[in-house]
Design a protein around this ligand. Structure first.
Ligand SMILES: Nc1ncnc2c1ncn2[C@@H]1O[C@H](COP(=O)(O)OP(=O)(O)OP(=O)(O)O)[C@@H](O)[C@H]1O
Ligand SMILES: [Mg+2]
Length: 235
C-alpha cells in the first residue's frame, strides 16, 4: 500500500474533569499512506478535533504513539512540534484564519516566513501558490475584499505554499454555500490527483463521501474504516 505517512497506534487523549474522565480519543489505531484522501467523520463530540490536533502535531496524546513521516511525534516538545508542523503540514481551517491586516500574498507567505525561507523565494513561491488557486491577480487585496470561497482558496494557497507532505483540512466547507463548497472539494480532489495526501475532518457525511477512504469516529473510537463505496453503502 506504499509508504506510511501517518501511523497512530493506541492513541488516547484523556481529560480529567473533576472526578470524571473524558476519553476524547479512546484507543485509536490508524495508518494513512502517502497519496491517500481520507475523510475523518463523526458527530459532534465524537473526538474529531482532538484527533486532528494530534495528527496536526498541535497537541500530544495522553498515551500511544504517533509517527509522522517516520518521526516520533508523541513526545515532542512544543518547539519540536512547531518545527515538524511547519515542515510537513499545510492546514486548512473552516474559518480560513487569514490575517486581516496582511494582503493575500503576505498571508500565503506566512508559513514560509516561519520556515525561515528568504524574502525573494518566499514571494515567488507564494505567488505561484496563489496562481494555482486562480487568485494571482488579487495578490494585493486584503482578505475582507474577497468572497468566502475566495478566502478559502487563499487559505488553500497558504497550505500549499510550503509544499507540505500532508494537507490537513478541518471542516473546509463548513462556512461555505453549496456551490462554493463544490469548488473547494473539487480543488481538494485535484490536489489529491496530483499526489498530495489529504486528511479532511468533517461531521457531514455528504462531504465525507468525497474522499476515497472514510474513517468514522464514535465516542473516541474508530467504528468504520474503509473505502468510500463501502461507506456510502451503510449510510
Ligand atoms: N480541553 C478539553 N477538556 C475537556 N474535555 C474536552 C476538551 N477538549 C475536548 N473535550 C471533550 O472531548 C470530547 C471530544 O471533543 P472533540 O472536540 O474532539 O469533538 P468533535 O468531534 O470535534 O466535535 P465537534 O464536531 O462538535 O467539533 C467531547 O466530549 C469534549 O467535550
Ligand atoms: Mg470539532
Amino acid at each position: 500500500m506504499g509508504e506510511a505517512l501517518i501511523e497512530l497506534k493506541d492513541i488516547y487523549k484523556i481529560y480529567q474533569m473533576g472526578d470524571e474522565e473524558v476519553r476524547a480519543n479512546d484507543g485509536i489505531t490508524l495508518t494513512i499512506y502517502k497519496g491517500e484522501f481520507v475523510a475523518i467523520v463523526g458527530k459532534s463530540g465524537s473526538g474529531k478535533s482532538t484527533l486532528m490536533n494530534i495528527i496536526g502535531a498541535l497537541d500530544v496524546p495522553t498515551d500511544g504513539s504517533y509517527y509522522l513521516g517516520g518521526e516520533d511525534v508523541s513526545d515532542m516538545s512544543d518547539d519540536q512540534l512547531a518545527a515538524i508542523r511547519n515542515r510537513m503540514i499545510g492546514f486548512i481551517f473552516q474559518q480560513y484564519n487569514l490575517l486581516p491586516k496582511l494582503n493575500l500574498l503576505e498571508n500565503v507567505e506566512l508559513p514560509l516566513l516561519y520556515a525561515g525561507v528568504g524574502r525573494e523565494e518566499r514571494q515567488e513561491r507564494a505567488m505561484k501558490s496563489l496562481e494555482r488557486v486562480g487568485l494571482k491577480e488579487k495578490w494585493r487585496n486584503m482578505p475582507n475584499q474577497l468572497s468566502g470561497g475566495q478566502q478559502q482558496r487563499v487559505s488553500i494557497a497558504r497550505a500549499l505554499a510550503g509544499d507540505p507532505s500532508l494537507i490537513l483540512a478541518d471542516e473546509p466547507t463548513g462556512a461555505l454555500d453549496s456551490r462554493t463548497s463544490r469548488e473547494v472539494l473539487d480543488f481538494l480532489k485535484q490536489l489529491n490527483q496530483e499526489g498530495n495526501t489529504i486528511v479532511m475532518i468533517t461531521h457531514d457525511n455528504s462531504i465525507a463521501v468525497e474522499a476515497k477512504r472514510v474513517v468514522r469516529i464514535y465516542d473516541g473510537k474508530i467504528n468504520f474504516d474503509g473505502e468510500v463505496e463501502d461507506y456510502a453503502a451503510i449510510i
